[in-house]
Ligand binder design. Sequence first.
Ligand code: GDP
Ligand code: IMO
Ligand code: MG
Length: 428
Amino acid sequence: MPATCVIGLQWGDEAKGKIVDLLTAQFDVVVRYQGGANAGHTVVVGDQTYKLHHVPSGILNPGVMNVVGPGVVVNPATLLKEIQSLLDRQIPVGGNMLLSDRAHVGFPWHIVEDQARNESTADGENIGTTLRGIGPCYRDKVGRSHAFRLGDLYRPDFREKVQRVVEAKKTLLSGWKNARVDSLDAAEIHAEYHGYAERLRPFVGDSTAYLLDAVEAGKRVLFEGAQGSLLDVDHGTYPFVTGSNSSGGGVSAGSGVPGRCSNQVIGVAKAYTTRVGGGPFPTELHDETGVRIRELGREYGTTTGRPRRCGGFDAVAVRYTARLSGIDVISLMMMDVLSHLPEIKVCVAYDLDGQRIRHFPSHVDDLRRVKPIYETIPGWNQDVSGAKTAADLPSGAKAYLARIAELVGRPVAIASVGPGRAQTIMME
Ligand code: GDP
Ligand code: IMO
Ligand code: MG
């Protein structure tokens, strides 16, 4: 099995970090290839909880190489803090991490722009971003003239370019309401980023060459997606999406490893649905059940601490993303959270203007109008958090997994019953 991809099938926070950490023992290299500090991947090892933003979730396994690919946008201050907090906890970070010199760099002007945009609702409903400057940084990457890649921080013209870009940004953003352009000082930013560049220097290199050699040498590579397929900039609930290709299609573009090298794709989904930030969410529950899911699942953002919006499993959406991301199997998470519900509603189709549909609408205005058509599945009223094998699961939980597999059109290979490594069932 040379390469496997772990992809979120909903709006992020599906517990990709847990699955990547768990699978890492079978791999030589773990690669993050898109997103940036907007991601928050939680890994629980024994009584220790780690929250990772840029660093691949393979870092907790010794002897594995952790690569941050060209498609990631790096916030150096956050990344350095992350590295330091791992070192403080005796997790080695050194020769086991490689940052692509092609990865783009987030700067204070990206945050200024993200904040200004988020504070204004003039353009309609707020996206509710993580305020990490992700969209503006990806925009500069595509725009080309104001962008910095990690490798650019070591070039002789770095100081001069910061000066030029700060002036350009001040002009561009000065007409924006709420854009705090006065906080941007070219000399200060250059000094700060020069310091970051020196501290990151040992990690920076050509990750594309490294990965192409690795796959040619038969090394086993695990790709760790960030966000979820419904947040994909092209295929998600645009414009309520992130700035990168967070569905399966992003793996190759963001890492440089051809798609034909991957031979297994694991789609990670919660047994229900959550979403942080704005945008349509057909199965969102505004009732007592939604509140119970949030409390039982501790559904608060890993990166921003925001309460996550909660709702029932949406099989229309996940069937779409399972096909879009080309998954082979599903890893269904948080089964323990549903144990406490008397009955569980699963959305099997949408009603769009009186028509029953099973496809996921391409326009958010249509998605806003759909009414979920539910099937009610009896709860199992039994704590499953200690289950170790499929045989330990009550028949109601097994029936739920079987129905999800049938609706999505892919088998459930992994069922998760708690955050810990041992709380994972390989279904066979
Ligand atoms: P990611 O961004 O996809 O890696 O997911 P997050 O880390 O943002 O959110 C997932 C949360 O669920 C984390 O706090 C995990 O520790 C936790 N978690 C993972 N699997 C399970 C599970 O099966 N049950 C419960 N109750 N929590 C889980
Ligand atoms: P992980 O990797 C959940 C959401 C934000 C917002 C939208 C755009 O932990 O699953 P951005 O800051 O990217 O411009 O915000 O995307 N979002 C996430 N939601 N999990 C994430 O990452 C997310 N990353 C971004 O809340 O709605
Ligand atoms: Mg997360």
